[in-house]
Design a protein around this ligand. Sequence first.
Ligand code: NIG
Ligand code: FE
Length: 410
Amino acid sequence: MTALLVKNIGILQTPLGSHSHKGREQGENQKLKNAAILIEGGLIKEITSDGKLPAGKADEVIDAEGRLVTPGLVDGHTHMVFGGYRQNEIPLKLKGATYLDILRAGGGILDTVRHTREASKEELLDKTSGFLDEMMGFGVTTAEAKSGYGLDLPNEVKMLEVINELNESHDMDMVATFMGPHATPDEYKGREDEYIDMICKEMLPYVKEHKLAEFADVFTEDSVFNYDQSKKYMQTAKDMGFLLRIHADEIEAIGGSKLAGEMGAVSAEHLISINEEGLESMAKGGVTAMCLPATSFYLGANFAPARKMIEMGIPVATASDFNPGSCPSLNLQFVMNLACIKYRLLPEEVLTAVTINPACALNRGDKVGTLEVGKQGDLVIWDAPDMEMLCYRFCSNLAAKVIKKGKIVK
Ligand code: NIG
Ligand code: FE
């Protein structure tokens, strides 16, 4: 077993615990000064502070030179597997077309579906692996990824296999989410109910049987899937043992966040237009709010009421939503800046929102998301003395060194 020692850490800042829902406050962070951390066999063996060094022997030593160390970041919401790009939408948007106008006209997600269906699995593996390298370079060590650009069984399976194979071959820990109901494919146009039926009867059982995804997600939105269609899908998925998440209230509040609370979803995502009823339902149901501020930025939309959510006891996570349409950026550090400036989250609340809260929402709270003995040795050494600096500087990459399970990956 090889051991890595990171010493001379100015501040080691981390949330504690493995549950975002149970009595831990959003901004509750431990800050250790003049700290060191010993990682052995990929797991954290010892953490020391105040100039003391771990007792265990190390094969390799990194001097953090007095800088900030945090847990590796967790990106809890991405659509990183896709064919093509959608830069063609820029002029349409500048001429006034909205996100839903483009989708209703057969573009948007459906355009990416055409390119994803055309792409071979090898092409998708290659492209996504490049994105994972880039994400790790920004300090992300665990990432969720969804299907949802196949919209038929072979292509949804192709996407999920890409995610599962990368989980094995790449250093990134990946969590797979099935999102068959991301849009209605051309061949089912105007027959949304039948498409949902087919997903419930054919796709969900296949995905379950072949253990291709742990989570099931749906785009509950005006002109996409309504409350009843979403509920039917979520109930079927839940009965099969999938954990649930839902794209809710991104553009219109049509009951998505309410449904999240009623169905006991692990998380509800976007929540830009959430109303009082949705907030109460999420608080009651213990649903994590997966807020996606870079998408608000890119759509020129409002920002989710994250501050209010925290006040109501809803755990807030912030993620990239990296996808070719509404957010073609995978930079989680920019998301942290936006969480601070637009959501008014304090630096310590931001850290919780990109570490333990998304880790819990990905069902990985016992393994990643904090720096504690026994958890995975996933951490970032930042070119910064404190969290304030990370929230303050923007559009530079401040991740100096990234360590995944005790291995230096940047
Ligand atoms: O989370 N809203 C639905 N899905 C993605 C966008 C997907 C796309 O436009 O390709 C989102 O924003
Ligand atoms: Fe999304």
